[in-house]
Design a protein. Structure first.
Length: 193
């Protein structure tokens, strides 16, 4: 019998692996997890939100970014690929072809999938809330017209606001109000109020 000892990857090993890999991986304190593909509905919802944010943020120092950009959580020693996030980091105003990491987003959005919903609601919620910059974390349901928003109140408190058909989603962190029907536009989800 041959017993192999488990050895977690350090961050440099993960980043080197990720640079060569055709598959994206998230990294949590030494453990690496392959990312699954998203449904077309998932992609349309994320794109609708990112497009609205990009249009709204035009002319500001903030940028809307989509799922291919890594979020680095130094305190957690973790790297994630949020579906959508906003960054206002001044170092990202002058972009080069090598920049891959964001570490101070005020807004993160995850579109829930059956395979990742538990992780988005537990592990990512806990990890993301450790970011001092984070003001809002949104969970967007894929199969019904519903968006849950965790909004920071003070230093440690969080409010949970649920938006449903007929509502306007308010992303206070970036001063955007968006009809929830726009989130689900062409996604095949009934969203009339």
């Amino acid at each position: 019998m041959h017993v192999q000892t488990y050895k977690p990857l350090d961050e440099a090993e993960y980043l080197a692996l990720e640079a060569r890999s055709p598959v994206r991986h998230e990294y949590i304190a030494g453990d690496v997890f392959a990312m699954t593909g998203a449904s077309i509905r998932h992609n349309i919802i994320a794109l609708n939100i990112a497009t609205a944010l990009r249009t709204h943020l035009r002319g500001t120092p903030c940028r809307a970014l989509m799922e291919g950009v890594k979020l680095y959580l130094k305190k957690e020693r973790s790297y994630f690929y949020p579906d959508v996030m906003v960054t206002c980091e001044s170092r990202l105003l002058e972009l080069d072809g090598e920049t891959q990491l964001v570490d101070s987003p005020p807004l993160i959005i995850e579109v829930l999938s059956p395979s990742t919903e538990g992780i988005d609601r537990r592990e990512k919620l806990r990890a993301y809330r450790t970011l001092p910059s984070l003001k809002e974390y949104a969970l967007v349901t894929q199969d019904e017209c519903k968006l849950e928003l965790y909004r920071r109140r003070g230093d440690i408190a969080w409010d949970i606001i649920t938006f449903e058909p007929g509502d306007a989603v308010e992303f206070a962190s970036v001063e955007l109000q968006l009809p929830i029907a726009d989130v689900y536009f062409e996604a095949g989800v009934a969203c009339s109020g």
